[in-house]
Design a protein around this ligand. Structure first.
Ligand code: KIV
Length: 276
C-alpha cells in the first residue's frame, strides 16, 4: 500500500462476508510491537483476556479488569493498521444485564477505538448480544470452553462430547440469531465444530476445534514458545522464543559479570571524534 492510499482496516462485515472462504487468521496481541507483527499477517488481532495469565502472571482470566483491557487495547490499536482489533470483555463487566454490558462495551470501544468486542456465553448471553448489536456494538461470541467459567465447568476441559453436543450447538445458533458477527469455538470436538460450522451463516473461529472451522485463533505467546507455564494439546509451537530469550539473557549476564560487556563499541569516547 502506498503513502497516498491509506490502508482500510478490516471491519466486522468483512469478517462476516468471509464465511466459507479463505480461512480467517487470528492471533492474540497485547502490546504495540506484537500488534505490528500480527497486523502484517492476520485478519484479526484479539486483545484476549488471556493477557491476565500471559502478561500479568494471574492464575486465570478472572482477575482481569476493564482498565487492563483498555490499556492493552490502546497499545494494540497503535500497532494495527489493517487487522481488525477485537477486545475481550473481562469477567464481571457484562454478565449482570444488557445495560451493564453496553456501558462497558461502549467504554472499551470509545477509549480504545477498537471496532468490536468479544464476550463468552451462548443461549444465556443471547439477549445481551442482541442488545449490544442493536446499539452499534459488533460482538464476537465465544462458546464451548469459556475460560471465565472455569470454576463452574470444573477445569479447562473439552466441552461438547456426548450429551453436551446439543447444548454447544444451541449456544452457537443462539449467538448467531442474536446478531454476533462471528463465534469462537474453544476446545470443541472437531466433528461437532464441523457440524456447527455447516449450520451457521457466520464464521466460526476455532481454538482446539479442528480444521473445519472458518478460521483459527491461537494465543501468540503460546505459538511463539514465550508462554510455557502450560501447553494445551491444540497449541502448535512455531518458534521457541522463550528458549532464545533465555540464552540471550544468560549470555548478557555472563558478559556483564566477566566485564566483556560493554565493549568500546557500545561506549562513548570522551572526545567527540573529528569527522574527516
Ligand atoms: O483470551 C483469549 O486469548 C481468547 C482466545 C484464546 C480465543 O479468548
Amino acid at each position: 500500500m502506498s503513502a497516498t492510499s491509506p490502508v482500510r482496516p478490516v471491519l466486522p462485515p468483512d469478517i462476516r462476508a468471509r464465511k466459507g472462504g479463505e480461512p480467517l487468521v487470528v492471533l492474540t496481541a497485547y502490546s504495540t510491537p506484537m500488534a505490528r507483527l500480527v497486523d502484517a499477517h492476520c485478519d484479526i488481532a484479539l486483545v484476549g483476556d488471556s493477557l491476565g495469565m500471559v502478561i500479568h502472571g494471574l492464575p486465570s482470566t478472572l482477575g482481569v479488569t476493564l482498565e487492563m483491557m483498555i490499556l492493552h487495547g490502546r497499545a494494540v490499536m497503535r500497532g494495527c493498521q489493517k487487522a481488525m482489533v477485537v477486545i475481550d470483555m473481562p469477567f464481571g463487566s457484562y454478565e449482570e444485564d444488557p445495560q451493564q454490558a453496553f456501558r462497558n462495551a461502549s467504554r472499551l470501544m470509545a477509549e480504545t477505538g477498537a471496532p468490536a468486542v468479544k464476550l463468552e456465553g451462548g443461549v444465556h448471553m443471547a439477549e445481551t448480544i442482541a442488545f449490544l448489536t442493536a446499539r452499534g456494538v459488533p460482538v464476537m461470541a465465544h462458546v464451548g470452553l469459556t475460560p471465565q467459567s472455569v470454576n463452574t465447568l470444573g477445569g479447562y476441559k473439552v466441552v461438547g462430547r456426548a450429551d453436551e453436543a446439543a447444548k454447544v450447538m444451541a449456544d452457537a445458533k443462539a449467538v448467531e440469531a442474536a446478531g454476533a458477527f462471528s463465534v469462537v469455538l474453544e476446545k470443541v470436538p472437531q466433528g461437532l465444530a464441523a457440524r456447527i460450522t455447516s449450520a451457521l451463516s457466520i464464521p466460526t473461529i476455532g481454538i482446539g476445534a479442528g480444521v473445519a472451522c472458518d478460521g483459527q485463533v491461537l494465543v501468540v505467546d503460546d505459538m511463539l514458545g514465550l508462554f510455557t507455564d502450560f501447553r494445551p494439546k491444540f497449541v502448535k509451537r512455531y518458534a521457541e522464543l522463550g528458549k532464545t530469550a533465555d540464552a540471550a539473557i544468560a549470555a548478557y549476564a555472563a558478559e556483564v559479570r566477566n566485564c566483556s560487556f560493554p565493549a568500546d563499541e557500545h561506549a562513548f569516547p570522551d572526545e567527540v571524534p573529528v569527522k574527516k
